[in-house]
Design a protein around this ligand. Structure first.
Ligand code: NM2
Length: 533
């Protein structure tokens, strides 16, 4: 262990924030939970427009970047090949950015929309059904992936064009905040990023654990209890800690590969043995419904709810705002990953890669898993809604799977997939968190004990909450944790434009189809360069 490598202000800052949230919840569980709810309601109630505007703007901004001169910049030297083919690139992108939650929401999200649709639509009508089949795809669609891609822009640019690997989010904002990135402001940015990721991870664990517990209960008969959920959390943590400990090329890669193949198996199985034609038709129809309603969905905030007496659905707060916050907290972390795998691509290829492959992947999950459940409901072969209202969402997910042939086997595969899916998100998260709290990262990897430490730190808050309160309180942790990260996202977007714009201008290369930035030609002429170079 080499304590000199640790960036102590960031390390301790992050720990203090984590304890500041956890300890009050231990000692004052009720007041603590009430405070969390108040903060959530305040932020979604008053700042909803900010979350939604940032989401839509992210997509518009990315399309602008992709089609402008910035999009033509190659991430690498002249003549470099893409480091990863499109399939592996998309698989890695998906493994890092998507976790067990897609199994949870993919299966059951429609059921909530079906009962509580937006836009004043009457529940359980034909219109509600169409929206129910579509809204999940929207919340996991192009805007969501655009949010993920914003931080990847400056990070990838610094990595492969300026040859200045960014290990900290603060470093990627240097073109905007200059030397402040090296002082307390930089530390605050990194701590807020860590806080955000801990919140996002909390949301993921709070949803994933009960679902895995139901799966384990179904397979083994062990009743779903606090003990079982704790055991599952500790087991998952041991898996992802071991994976993060062994590093990027061993543990993390092996788990990602297993993850993708198991997911493909489950999707194909349900598609083939479920209502194949209904799934295809409903998914395809959803694409049209999505295109027709895209801007309405992206901007719908239910302003009439502000007026006393109007019936409010609270749909935007419960769903779209929550979702954009959740994608936001994960975004800088996914950006660090996407940047690393994008060597040899142009900025435009990176942008369209994330937007298109990411969205397509989510359409597959939501289209297949969601429409299977919807079919059961509409064909009256299984009353999903009734079952869910009585037994909760997690138990319903397993019950839906039981409508398939060889269902006991499928539940086993599904549960293992959920565990691995959770672990592939968390191993990369611990890996990145460890790098952020180090001053240098020799050989590109943070110290092992440090990676292990963050793996267990990720577990702390959910575990405490489970014992002292209600794990459900954490399901919305992303909303509060995401608020400051939104401002960091704005800084990251501007940083990219500033640094890349400066380099292109210095090089006067606008017109070629691909722009290769040669830093040797322009080293002295730019001022957003890291002065410590
Ligand atoms: N997102 C994609 O829990 C997970 O699956 C991790 C969740 C942000 C909604 C990511």
């Amino acid at each position: 262990m080499n304590a000199k490598l640790i960036d102590w202000p960031t390390f301790i800052g992050a720990l203090v924030v984590l304890l500041a949230v956890t300890l009050p919840l231990i000692f004052f569980p009720e007041a603590g939970e009430a405070a969390i709810n108040m903060a959530n309601n305040f932020l979604t109630g008053k700042f909803g427009v900010l979350y939604l505007a940032l989401g839509l703007f992210s997509l518009v901004f990315l399309l602008y970047v992709a089609f402008s001169k910035y999009g033509k910049i190659k991430l690498g030297k002249r003549g470099t090949e893409k480091e990863f083919g499109s399939f592996s690139w998309a698989a890695m992108l998906f493994s890092a950015g998507i976790g067990a939650s897609i199994l949870y929401w993919g299966m059951i999200e429609w059921a909530y929309y079906y009962q509580g649709p937006p836009f004043g639509v009457t529940p359980e009508t034909k219109e509600a059904i169409e929206l129910a089949a579509t809204y999940g795809i929207f919340h996991w669609g192009p805007i969501a992936w655009a949010i993920y891609t914003i931080p990847a822009l400056p990070i990838a640019y610094f990595y492969f064009v300026r040859k200045k690997p960014v290990l900290k989010i603060s470093a990627a904002t240097r073109p905007v905040i200059g030397r402040l990135a090296d002082g307390p402001i930089g530390t605050i940015i990194d701590v807020l990023f860590i806080f955000g990721l801990l919140g996002g991870a909390g949301t993921t664990l709070a949803l994933g654990t009960p679902m895995i517990a139901e799966g384990v209960h179904d397979i083994t008969g062990i009743p779903v209890s606090l003990g079982l959920k704790t055991g599952i959390m500790v087991l998952c943590t041991c898996i992802f800690a071991a994976s993060a400990y062994s590093g990027l090329n061993k543990g993390i890669k092996v788990l990602s590969d297993v993850n993708i193949w198991l997911a493909i198996f489950i999707l194909i199985f349900i598609f083939v043995f479920g209502p194949t034609v209904f799934i295809s038709e409903s998914t395809f129809t959803s694409l049209g419904v999505l295109l027709d309603n895209f801007f309405h969905m992206a901007t719908w905030l239910e302003p009439l709810a502000q007026i006393k007496g109007y019936p409010a659905t609270h749909f935007p707060e419960s769903w779209t705002i929550f979702y954009w916050a959740w994608w936001t907290v994960y975004a800088p972390f996914v950006g660090l990953f996407v940047a690393r795998i994008s060597y040899g691509r142009t900025i435009r290829e990176m942008i369209f890669g994330t937007l298109i492959y990411g969205t397509l992947g989510c359409i597959l999950f939501f289209g297949i898993l969601g429409n299977f459940g919807l079919y059961l409901q509409l064909s009256e072969s299984f009353d999903v809604i009734n079952f869910m209202n009585e037994n909760g969402a997690s138990a319903t997910i397993i019950a839906i799977l039981h409508q398939l042939p060889i269902s006991s086997f499928i539940v086993i595969v599904f549960t293992i997939l959920a565990i691995i899916f959770l672990s592939t998100t968390f191993d990369s998260a611990s890996y990145i968190l460890a790098a952020v709290v180090q001053k240098h990262v020799p050989g590109g990897e943070a110290m092992r004990w440090n990676r292990l430490f963050w793996a267990f730190a990720l577990l702390l808050l959910p575990l405490v909450l489970m014992f002292y309160g209600d794990l459900e309180a954490l399901q919305t942790a992303s909303i509060v944790a995401g608020f400051p990260v939104m401002f960091i996202m704005i800084l990251l977007g501007i940083s990219f434009i500033k640094a890349a714009g400066e380099d292109i201008r210095a090089q006067k290369e606008y017109r070629s189809p691909t722009i290769y930035i040669d830093r040797r030609n322009i080293e002295k002429k730019t001022n957003t360069q890291d002065k410590a170079d």
